[in-house]
Write a new protein. Structure first.
Length: 278
């Protein structure tokens, strides 16, 4: 295990980030081959091509959908916004849940991932996948600054929104802007379910699975030289952004195991926010 960690550390510190991502995705695809063989007819994106997250694509989608359905009180006729939807990992499950009165809009940086979702996600509801042309060193976006991005939804039109593994890659000014946009598009009482890393006061992270260190503006990063690889936020700063966006915590933060020495349960924290009355 020590040798493996040493190789991993050397890889991240020495090789160019795009090459690191390619090798990681290639290894993940190799581990995923048995699942492809067991269910050859099940749509499953290639990480090396579609740049989707690790783990079993459909199993993780099921797990996050169950949490989203419960915490967002998701009705079959809901209007849903999926922030950083990728290849549609949760959209596949939403296609089974939403009826003809429902509506789904997902946005992402990766046109390859969006094309996969458009080709494979079908249901009674209207499903729309939108390319977000914004800057991101982690995912290669070279468009406008994320602080100026306007979500593809009208004001107070969304019943429930989700953002899985998105805020863990946003610079602090971008995270604040995205929360503000979420507050704009959510209906009063609408909920945003997101995952990320919340740094609590006095938290000791030197021996944690993800050893974040102070970065700037209330943000902590795994590598301050490449902060968008993994970034977290001090609780006070995050709650300040929430208030400015007209949002409040709807449930206590559910801690992930990232801040502990052992890998058990969910990796990222789970956070449920609710839009305050106008």
């Amino acid at each position: 295990m020590g040798a493996a960690n040493a190789v991993k550390t050397w890889t991240h510190q020495t090789l160019p980030r795009p090459l690191v991502n390619f090798l990681w995705n290639l290894a993940s695809d190799a581990r995923d081959l048995p699942a492809r063989w067991r269910a050859p007819g099940e749509p499953r994106p290639w990480r090396v091509w579609h740049n989707v997250g690790g783990g079993d694509f459909h199993q993780i989608g099921h797990a996050y959908f169950s949490w989203f359905q419960r915490s967002a009180r998701l009705s079959p006729s809901a209007h849903v916004l999926d922030m950083g939807c990728g290849a549609g990992r949760i959209a596949f499950r939403l296609a089974e849940h939403l009826n003809a009165q429902g509506r789904y809009t997902g946005f992402d940086l990766s046109e390859r991932a969006l094309r996969f979702a458009r080709n494979h996600v079908t249901g009674e509801a209207d499903f729309v996948f939108v390319r977000a042309d914004v800057q991101s060193r982690e995912y290669g976006g070279a468009g406008e600054k994320a602080t100026g991005y306007r979500f593809p939804a009208d004001t107070s039109s969304i019943d429930a929104a989700l953002a899985i593994s998105l805020f863990s890659h946003l610079l602090p000014e971008d995270a604040a802007a995205y929360l503000k946009e979420a507050g704009r598009v959510l209906k009063p009482g609408g909920r945003l379910c997101l995952t990320g890393f919340i740094v609590e006061p006095g938290m000791e992270l030197s021996g944690a699975v993800l050893a974040l260190q102070p970065f700037r503006d209330g943000a902590w990063a795994a590598d301050p030289r490449e902060p968008e690889r993994a970034i977290g936020y001090e609780r006070a700063k995050f709650e300040d952004w929430m208030r400015q966006a007209g949002l409040r915590l709807a449930e206590p933060v559910e801690p992930g195991h990232w801040s502990t020495p052992q890998r058990t349960g969910e990796f990222q924290d789970r956070i449920v926010l609710e839009r305050l009355p106008l």
